[in-house]
Design a binder for this molecule. Sequence first.
Ligand code: MG
Length: 203
Amino acid sequence: MKIIAVGWNYADHSKELNPTQLPKNPVIFMKPETALLKENKPFYLPDFSKRIDYECELVVRISKMGKNISKKFANRYYDEIGLGIDFTARDLQNNFKAEGSPWEICKGFDNSAPISDFISKEGYDLNELHFSLKKNGETVQQGNTSDMVFSIDEIIEYTSKFFTLKTGDLIFTGTPVGVGPVQINDHLEGYIEEKLMFQFDVL
Ligand code: MG
């Protein structure tokens, strides 16, 4: 399986990190399968970075193989949603950006993609879905999919031009404003609407 992720997909977050302009197409990168961290296992801060940021994101699970999927039919290709963190080694990313180098290491390192269990999308309005992240009991990020620059269906249309999507692939759909660093002993909790999706410790 593969993990596809979208950068700069919420305007306010884009301004936070990259105050130039919104992308014309979704900005796509990937994380390897070894980035997954499941079952609320703790996240251990890696020694190669001094600045790991959380980015809480709605995640969509692909349920059927497809290529060149049109936006109109994209909703047939996923039936479950979850919540995840796109951990980012921001200090490394800033260096890579300055060099014009690819991002893979700062986004795809081991355990950089904690993920909740998945739930059926039925009963949720994915065009207006609220999700949030608490750090040590305090809400630090709140997002609503209505603020996405590119909708889930547009992301699927775009990415499936280049990559065949397969059952079990995950799409991290971008983070809203409020990203920030984690430190040892932080406790993170993620919610879709009022439902607790994950909670784990940073060690
Ligand atoms: Mg992200």
